[in-house]
Design a protein around this ligand. Structure first.
Ligand code: ATP
Ligand code: MG
Length: 337
């Protein structure tokens, strides 16, 4: 297979940020994550705040080392290679776009310098070629040439994010990871930036991993949707199936709660708070909020099962039937005590 990046059984554990009594607590930010991203595909990542989306993104681009498990970029294990080689591999092969372009860009550098910097660091081409590449990058992301000498502070939010995207593309990466690339932007420019990402992805045959709270946007943009819950990947669904045929109760609940359905329904209720990532529940982490949970769910985290469609897998003891309508599920869930 044409895998750009392959994550196997990756775990990330942080020391808790809170001091005092719980000083030695551990945060299970990512647990047993498996994910392969192929050339040219778009993978969307959804899940509530704190479920580990950004952690997974950081693992994918080789800036977060998992405490166990492996990350291979084009078949080569990132964390067993010498650090200099890893920096070169990641630096040239992966582009990252963050949420907030105003903090992601060095405010003292002009657009031209920001875009030339990765070319200089990785010694791409002669000086004139680098200048030419900067012009090419600006036109690729739709920035007028006149802005080459502008500082980030002189640009609009949308323009800044275009600079960040151009910088991510500077070295012709095989993979771009965008972590909430539009959530800091005005609503009016979000669609432009999303369309730009989609357009670039097509034109450059990039693999794109896209993290967002806006799950309808994720669904529209992606080929495949990854659902995360409390540090775990609990389902992987072809995007065109995710609203109606997802098998994990949590995926169905997430997608029932957002506008964008043709025929909106009362969402599937999720009762109770998200448990702490410091003390995840035994067994399936979703069981404390799941209307289907029973004793088995409290004991064992199920392995992945394959659904009928290739590329669709889920971890649940009591999956939703593919043909079961989300509307019926919502009614059912409401009847549970
Ligand atoms: N450096 C860190 N130190 C301690 N805990 C951390 C650190 N980074 C993340 N965490 C914790 O790890 C868990 C996963 O965090 P992560 O940022 O990956 O979630 P997320 O899904 O991206 O959330 P959001 O949607 O709010 O961006 C959270 O409980 C978070 O508080
Ligand atoms: Mg995040």
């Amino acid at each position: 297979m044409n895998a750009v990046v392959e994550v196997r059984d990756a775990h990330v554990v942080h020391k808790a940020r809170s001091g005092g009594l719980f000083r030695r607590d551990r945060v299970y930010a990512l647990t047993g994550a498996d994910l392969t991203v192929a050339a040219g595909e778009t993978v969307g990542v959804v899940g509530e705040s704190g479920c580990g989306k950004s952690t997974l993104a950081r693992v994918l681009v080789g800036i977060q080392r998992p405490v166990s498990g492996s990350v291979a970029f084009r078949g080569r294990d990132l964390w067993t290679m010498p650090p200099a080689e890893r920096r070169a591999t990641v630096g040239a092969g992966v582009g990252l776009v963050f949420q907030d372009p105003s903090t992601a860009l060095n405010r003292r550098l002009t657009v031209r310098r920001i875009l030339r910097d990765p070319l200089d660091v990785h010694q791409r081409g002669a000086r004139a070629e680098r200048e030419e590449r900067v012009r090419e990058l600006m036109s690729l992301v739709g920035l007028p040439r006149a802005l080459a000498d502008a500082l980030p502070g002189q640009l609009s939010g949308g323009q800044r994010q275009r600079v960040a995207i151009a910088r991510a593309l500077a070295l012709d990466p095989a993979l771009v990871v965008a972590d909430e690339p539009t959530s800091a932007l005005d609503v009016s420019v979000r669609a432009q930036i999303l369309n730009l990402l989609l357009d670039l992805k097509e034109r450059l045959a990039l693999a794109l991993v896209f993290v967002s709270h806006d799950i309808q946007t994720v669904r529209r943009m992606s080929d495949r949707v990854i659902t995360m819950y409390l540090g775990r990947i609990v389902e992987e669904t072809p995007a065109d199936r995710v609203t109606d045929a997802a098998r994990h109760p949590y995926t169905r609940a997430l997608f029932s709660a957002t506008p964008g359905l043709l025929d909106p329904i009362d969402p599937i209720p999720l009762t109770g708070p998200v448990p702490s990532a410091t003390r995840p529940p035994s067994g399936c982490p979703f069981r404390t909020r799941c209307w289907k949970a029973d004793g088995l769910c409290a004991e064992v985290m199920p392995d992945f099962s394959a659904a009928s469609r290739p590329g669709h897998r889920y971890r649940c003891h009591h999956p939703v039937e593919e043909e079961e309508s989300t509307r019926d599920l919502a009614d059912l869930a409401r009847q549970e005590p």
